[in-house]
Design a protein around this ligand. Structure first.
Ligand SMILES: [Zn+2]
Length: 43
């Protein structure tokens, strides 16, 4: 998941080969980690 630096919108999908904001066309994106940390106990 990425966030656009310009319009701050979240981007989850890209057009293939094009890394840019689909909303404003800005090319600088921040890579985000998923904020929800899942803890799964194995037993
Ligand atoms: Zn944008």
């Amino acid at each position: 998941m990425y966030r656009c630096l310009k319009c701050k919108s979240l981007i989850t999908e890209f057009i293939e080969g094009k890394v840019m904001c689909p909303h404003c066309g800005y090319r600088i994106l921040i890579k985000l980690r998923p904020e929800v940390v899942k803890r799964v106990q194995a037993r």
